[in-house]
Design a binder for this molecule. Structure first.
Ligand SMILES: O=C(O)CNC(=O)[C@H](CS)NC(=O)CCC(=O)C(=O)O
Length: 277
């Protein structure tokens, strides 16, 4: 059995204070490096969770935000660790990008994905969020790329509800799909685990979901439950929802298991009957 190098998944609870969010991320960087991991997966919006659309725009434009990223790039190089992290980037003077970056072990940003599906919901007695108010939607799926834990495909949070992205990544030979998230508590309770396991089973890939967990501010709280799921749909590592400190889980990615399952149960598509994605 060939085991790829160990990977680590971090869970934080970001607030509007970029400085303390960076401290949480850097604690996880140290723990991941100490555990011998080669890759650390961090959640969506690790740089901050703001209290309003206006505050979010101002934070993205602040120098704290660029410092957050350059500090993580320095850490990646320092520790020889690849870091996958969700951040906000400035798209224009009124709009942001909800981005997912791959920082390699030399501290360079080598891949960047912009969230395609934006979270606009108005749930009775539940969350009301309108991400499209200040976020520009991404326009493309990034082809999977080689990493020390296999070929990785990138997606973010609400993208998880759209199997098309996972299937497109699978068609491009992904072995691992990341869904860094900040799921709401009610939707997380109802759907998080089922969606993640479904994406792993239908793509016969590992699914890595680094999540935010805990209260970001008085109005908003995330579900937590960061998870790693194998291509058979089994949960191989999970964190809780309680928030005390940043939490880390480590798990191995067994690329032989990916090939074994794909060989044992080929999912041959009937693209003569329905369109290819
Ligand atoms: O707000 C930011 O700064 C970062 N963005 C997020 O946290 C996004 C948009 S509000 N959250 C989600 O997509 C949750 C999806 C979800 O909970 C579901 O699909 O059920």
């Amino acid at each position: 059995m060939v085991l790829a190098d160990e990977q680590a998944v971090g869970q934080i609870c970001a607030t509007a204070c970029i400085k303390s969010n960076l401290i949480q991320c850097q604690t996880l960087v140290r723990q991941a490096a100490h555990a011998g991991a080669k890759v650390l997966f961090l959640p969506e919006a690790s740089d901050y969770i703001a209290t309003s659309a206006e505050e979010s725009l101002a934070l993205a434009q602040s120098s704290y935000c660029s410092h957050f990223l350059s500090a993580l790039m320095d850490d990646a190089k320092d520790k020889g660790l690849h870091i996958n992290v969700g951040v906000h980037e400035v798209a224009s003077d009124r709009r942001l990008k909800n981005s997912l970056l791959w920082i390699d072990d030399e501290g360079r940003i080598t891949q960047s994905y912009q969230k395609i599906h934006l979270f606009d919901v108005d749930i009775k007695d539940g969350p009301i969020l309108k991400e499209s108010k200040n976020v520009e939607p991404g326009q493309k799926i990034v082809p999977p790329f080689e990493t020390p834990v296999g070929r990785v495909g990138l997606a973010i949070c609400f993208d998880l509800r759209f199997p098309e992205i996972g299937l497109a990544l699978r068609r491009q030979d992904t072995e691992v799909i990341t869904y860094p998230s900040a799921f709401t508590v009610p939707t997380g309770k109802a759907h998080w685990e089922s969606l993640l396991r479904a994406r792993a089973i239908e793509t016969q890939s590992y699914v890595v979901a680094a999540a935010q967990g805990g209260p970001h501010n008085e109005k908003r709280r995330s579900y937590g439950h960061s998870m790693v799921i194998n291509p058979w749909g089994e949960i191989v590592g999970e964190l809780g929802d309680e928030y005390a400190e940043p939490q880390l889980l480590t798990a191995d990615i067994d690329l032989d298991l990916v090939s074994k399952i794909r060989k044992e149960m080929p999912l041959l598509r009937r693209t003569d009957v329905y369109p290819e994605i």
